[in-house]
Write a protein that binds this ligand. Sequence first.
Ligand code: FES
Length: 156
Amino acid sequence: MTFAGHSELNEVLASCRPRPLEQPNVLKTLLAIQQTFGYVPIIALPQVAHTLVVTEADVAGVLSYYPDLRTEQPGRHVIRVCMGESCFANHGRQVLRAIEEAVGRLNGKVTELPRFTVERVYCMGNCALSPTVAVDQDLHGRVSPDDIRSLLERYR
Ligand code: FES
């Protein structure tokens, strides 16, 4: 394995190894890996399957089913733009377009870890304050396209 986080991965997997008579929890394990690395490296799947005593197809199935799990290393900050019904009806698409344009300008060269990664999500439980945007763990409601520049400036 050429994955640089090999020893950290071993630690995560050791904490997720099922005890005797316990069912393996693939989702919990993948979330723990993402929590540690920011994503789930595809190269780790055989080791996850081996640790949990499941097939690689089982792991890949869970990984592809849950949109919150990502397989690419994200930028320093993850922007989640809600495209759920309420946010979409309240100009969410214009907010998304403004964010994508701003991020296109703000991200560094292709060879650098980008400053931002943009993801679409479908309802963050903040519908009353739609449209909603989350940057990392911070939830922002009633976001307008005009707010995007100052919002993103807070995240270096
Ligand atoms: S639809 Fe966007 S927060 Fe619910």
